[in-house]
Structure formats: structure tokens, C-alpha cells
Design a protein around this ligand. Structure first.
Ligand SMILES: [Zn+2]
Ligand SMILES: [Zn+2]
Length: 115
């Protein structure tokens, strides 16, 4: 049995929407939020749901160099914020106090690199 429960979007809190599309004549699925965040497309419906549900927890590799992403703390005006940065090239995501949001921002940037 596939668990089709889709978690709320880590950016806007709206429910993720399962969408269908077509690539080269094959039916594909992806999960999308109205704020514009989406997973990659796959023929495996269970996999895209899993990707979406896990995206706020697992860090994807760096979109520039493929290096390992790590969480780190930064201090801005005397306050501590969390950010995600690449161990190799030093690229970092937004700094925010909300860990899930910081991780989601990193992962979203990786997926949307064609823009
Ligand atoms: Zn959203
Ligand atoms: Zn990197």
C-alpha cells in the first residue's frame, strides 16, 4: 500500500498538491505547492510523495559542485540564525531561525536550478 498522505509545504504551510504531467509520452507525477515549490517529476508516484515529504529534513547535495551540505549557525546583529552551506564551495542558503525553512530553501534551490 502506498501512503499517499502529502505533508504541508515547508514554505507557505499550504498542502502539497499531487500533479500529473507528461514527459516524452510517459505519465509522470510531481508534488507542487501554490507558492511555486515543487519536486522533480518521476513516473513513480510513491517516490515523488516521499521526496516531498522528506524535503524539509534531508539536505540535497550542492547544486554547484555536488558537495555535501551541512547545517551551520551564523550570528547576525548578535542573534543566532541557522543556515545550510556547502562544505566544498561555501555556497549558503538563507539564514533563518526556522530550521525546516532553511533546509527547504536549500533543497528548493537545488531543484529549481534551471531558472
Ligand atoms: Zn508552498
Ligand atoms: Zn558547493
Amino acid at each position: 500500500m502506498v501512503n499517499e498522505e502529502i505533508k504541508a509545504c515547508p514554505f507557505c504551510g499550504e498542502k502539497g498538491l499531487l500533479c500529473e504531467g507528461e514527459i516524452d509520452g510517459s505519465k509522470v507525477y510531481y508534488v507542487y505547492s501554490e507558492c511555486g515549490v515543487s519536486t522533480g517529476a518521476s513516473e513513480d508516484k510513491a517516490r515523488v510523495i516521499e521526496l516531498w515529504n522528506n524535503r524539509s529534513e534531508e539536505l540535497l547535495p550542492c547544486p554547484f559542485c555536488g558537495g555535501k551540505a551541512i547545517e551551520s549557525e551564523v550570528e547576525i546583529d548578535g542573534e543566532n540564525f541557522l543556515t545550510v552551506m556547502c562544505e566544498e564551495c561555501g555556497m549558503s542558503s538563507i539564514a533563518n531561525k526556522d530550521e525546516a525553512r532553511v533546509k527547504a530553501a536549500w533543497n528548493a534551490r537545488t531543484v529549481k536550478k534551471q531558472e
